[in-house]
Design a protein around this ligand. Structure first.
Ligand code: GLG
Length: 823
């Protein structure tokens, strides 16, 4: 504590405001003052939520001075990063902030003195679920790492009023319920009512000058929406640096048409407002599925335009000349969602700031960078030309010109027509579409993939021809996770053990984890390691009982599959293995089966019917197995509803086995795989995404790899072998038959026929092909589990060898190779 307190006092003492100190009594007074003067109640009447708000506000005060200092630093001419992301999957902030300020114990004591339990009130904070999955959580980890590395950075996104839906289960079927994280206020954010930008849509273009070329046009938009800023401080490790997450909220320029209202049209008078505000109303629920098109495009342009206007305003204020923008700012486009930045930055520079095209293009391509997160064709964004013409006519014009300048050299040297078609920003194969990945690629300084395999496949597949034209543009940046949240905060027991053995330095340097290796064979240490894991498993068992009514044994192997539900992530492969295992247990009950608990959690996109049916299957299988005495003590299956960041923080420290079983070549990286390995789970996985790099780090003996490689999958697919049912193994065939026999769905025996049909007609995700290898590898898992010391050794080695997956490392690489900023 001594060191921590000194750290914070140091932070405050550099600023105009005197340090207030951080003893428990001081905090107690601060919390009481917030309770009275901000929340407007007193201890006798305060609800848990009142205590939460008062505590969050008192903690936030401790951030403010440092935030002001950091802002000064960020604006002192240093090059800064603008991370453009339509998603920030933040989760709760109180624990994170307390942990980074090293104030958890102090605040716990302060609250205890008031008769309030910190754990109870921090559980009340709603998750900021402004993201779908890995891509959004990556953005949150990166923001935290940039602050911790004292890198000047702004996150830019949308302040959705409703984040990702809450998942309920009714009779095992997913129900989507609205999420309302803001309904009781958000103590972390600051509304900047003076910071508003106008975002235009629709209308037409007029040619103003007679000169040819792309400049000299005026866009007369039909509609303007206002973007209003809300800022949240992002506190870095030990509170040394605080960056800003700036989220935009949409408003109508004219909130009410008073004439219409007065003439009795009370609803119509608000129509413009409703339309404008819809932009920041809900997070787009799709995770690699098609849905609600136009609103999505409006969201993308809205936040991209507001963020660019903000950046240009700041740059003009601080530096004047826009030609120096690339020296002072680097923009990272998180996926293609902000790819309109290419056209919008061009528009702002040429139309609003009167720069020449070439000058503007040079600025744009030196400022923007693009991260690709998926190669799946259905997830690569394309916008119909007709929609873009209607909503963003000037941008379409600019995109056409960018495309012309990009294709013209090829046309001039009479390049192959197929090549020209392949690299064109406009896809004309079926209808006309703007390919956002191509636009982002052409407008970016660097383009990156998120694991070594994924980056390699980018070069060979979707961006093959563009890569040939711009050979140095694609680079790899393997993802990472912030250890502050995913180890220190989520797993205090393990963290305590680590600091006891390795000293406090391990908190600052993930590389120090490697020193744990020497203890991997030490049986006393293994006992400690197992004990801390057991405590986490007891905690998870309690939550499982509360939320599902299922009792699970913390002594069993906890086998965890937590992520979005998607066919390529192959939850169904896991469930079919469960069915086969259940079948084997029933036919040989006397065998020495390893007690296992299969734990599933994850949401399916609302419109993704097959994924929702997979959730139902998991629940139906769970119901039957959990109530069968033959499986008792051997196999339990749990589907934990409403998977989110907070639930992940509870499951991950308790997991023994981490399921990373996507079809090889389809998971760009994965980040859950890193979190689980860091917390000591062994991975069962395919050679996909970052699993490959995890294997390199932890060693092939400490990970369970199975199934086809990405290359083999390709060969298999080309030979159409995935369509060949005669290749099914008897065990797989039997599992499918059991699934469709009605034993899991007696109320509707044909419920899962469509799943079986998909697997037998076109097993696009190669479930049948990988099944036997998966089954055999699971039996190797059983064998190792029966040797507790060998299992613990592997588990310790996983924790000690994955320091490389810290997002601090990833951010350093971005800073060095992409952004060119010193760290
Ligand atoms: C994607 C990918 C994941 C990846 C994540 C972050 O599917 O494999 O780990 O981005 O790069 N849509 C995603 O979540």
């Amino acid at each position: 504590m001594q060191h921590d307190e000194a750290e914070i006092t140091f932070a405050a003492s550099e600023t105009a405001q005197p340090a207030e100190g951080n003893g428990a009594e001081v905090f107690q007074q601060a919390i009481l003052a917030k309770l009275t003067y901000n929340v407007g109640t007193n201890p006798a009447h305060a609800t848990d939520h009142d205590w939460f708000t008062a505590t969050a506000l008192a903690v936030r005060d401790r951030v403010m001075d440092r935030w002001m200092v950091s802002k000064g630093f960020n604006q002192a001419g240093h090059k800064h990063i603008c991370y453009f992301s339509l998603e920030f999957l933040i989760g709760q902030l109180l624990s994170d902030t307390l942990n980074n300020l090293r104030l958890t114990d102090c605040v716990r004591e302060a609250l205890a003195g008031l008769g309030v339990d910190l754990d109870r009130i921090r559980a009340i904070e709603p998750d900021a679920a402004l993201g779908n999955g890995g891509l959004g959580r990556l953005a949150a980890c990166f923001m935290e790492s940039m602050a911790s590395l004292e890198l000047p950075a702004y996150g830019y996104g949308i302040r959705y009023e409703h984040g990702l839906f809450r998942q309920g289960l009714r009779d095992g079927w997913q129900q989507e319920l609205p999420e309302d994280w803001l309904v009781r206020g958000n103590p972390w954010e600051f509304e900047r009512s003076d910071l508003v930008y106008q975002v235009p849509f629709g209308g037409s273009i007029e040619k103003m000058s007679t000169s040819g070329g792309p400049t000299g046009f005026v866009w007369r938009p039909a509609e303007t929406v206002q973007a209003a800023a809300f800022d949240t401080p992002v506190v870095g490790w030990r509170g040394r640096h605080v960056n800003t997450l700036r989220l935009w909220s949409a408003r109508a320029a004219e909130p009410l048409r008073l004439d219409a209202f007065n003439s009795g049209d009370h609803v119509g008078a608000l129509a413009d407002r409703t339309k404008a505000e819809a932009i920041s109303r809900v997070l787009y629920p799709g995770d690699e599925t098609e849905a609600g098109r136009e609103l999505r495009l409006r969201q993308e342009f809205f936040f991209t335009s507001a963020s660019l206007q903000d950046l240009l305003a700041r740059h003009t204020r601080l530096h004047g000349d826009l030609n120096t923008l690339p020296d002072h700012a680097a923009i990272q486009m998180n996926d293609t969602h902000p790819a309109l930045a290419v056209a919008e930055l061009m528009r702002l520079l040429i139309d609003e700031h009167a720069l020449a095209w070439d000058e503007a293009w040079s600025i744009t391509t030196r400022t923007l960078n693009y991260t690709n997160h998926t190669l799946m064709p259905e997830a690569l964004e394309r916008w119909p030309v007709s929609l873009m013409e209607r909503l963003l006519p000037r941008h379409l014009q600019i995109i056409y010109h960018i495309n012309w300048l990009h294709l013209e050299p090829l046309i001039r040297r009479s390049a192959d027509v197929e090549l020209i078609k392949a690299v064109s920003v406009i896809d004309e194969s079926q209808g006309r579409y703007v390919r956002m990945g191509h636009l982002a690629f052409i407008g970016a300084h660097k383009v990156n993939g998120v694991s070594a395999l994924h980056t390699g496949l980018m070069r060979q597949t979707v961006f093959r021809d563009l890569n040939a034209l711009y050979p140095d543009r694609i680079v790899n940046k393997t993802n990472g996770i912030t250890f502050r949240r995913w180890l220190h905060q989520a797993n205090p027991q393990l963290t305590h053990l680590l600091t006891r053995e390795l000293g406090e330095a391990v908190l600052d340097d993930p590389g120090a984890l490697i020193k744990l290796e020497r203890l991997a064979d030490d049986s006393a240490f293994q006992d400690c390691f197992r004990n801390q894991r057991h405590a986490s498993k007891v905690n998870l068992a309690k939550i499982v009982a509360e939320r599902t009514g299922v009792q699970i044994d913390p002594g069993a192997l906890f086998d965890v599959h937590i992520k979005r539900i998607h066919e390529y992530k192959r939850q169904i492969l896991n469930i079919l293995e469960v069915i086969a295992l259940y079948d084997a247990i029933r036919s040989e009950p006397e065998r020495n089966w390893v007690p296992r608990v299969k734990i599933f959690a994850g949401k399916a996109a609302a419109s993704y019917h097959r994924a929702k049916l997979i959730i139902k299957l998991a629940n139906d299988v769970a119901r039957i197995i959990n109530s069968d005495p033959a499986a008792s003590g051997r196999l339990k299956v749990v589907f934990l509803p409403n998977y989110n960041v907070s639930l992940a923080e509870v499951i991950i420290p308790a997991a023994d086995l981490s399921e990373q079983i996507s079809t090889a070549g389809m998971e760009a990286s994965g980040t859950g795989n890193m979190k689980l390995a860091l917390n000591g789970a062994l991975t069962i996985g395919t050679l996909d995404g970052a699993n490959i790099e995890i294997r390199e780090c932890v060693g092939a003996d400490n990970i369970f790899i199975f199934g086809m490689t990405a290359e083999e999958v390709e060969t298999y697919r080309k030979a159409q072998m995935h369509r060949d049912r005669s290749r099914w193994s008897p065990r797989f065939e039997r599992a499918i038959n059991l699934m469709t026999s009605g034993i899991f769905s007696p109320d509707d025996p044909h419920r899962f026929d469509t799943l079986a049909h998909a697997l037998s007609s076109d097993d696009a995700f190669m479930v049948a092909a990988d099944f036997d290898s998966y089954w055999a590898t699971q039996r190797r898992v059983d064998e190792l589990w029966q040797q507790p010391s060998a299992w613990s050794r592997a588990s310790v080695l996983n924790t000690s060898r994955v320091g490389w997956f810290s997002s601090d490392r990833t951010i350093r690489e971005y800073a060095d190779e992409i952004w060119k900023v010193p760290v």
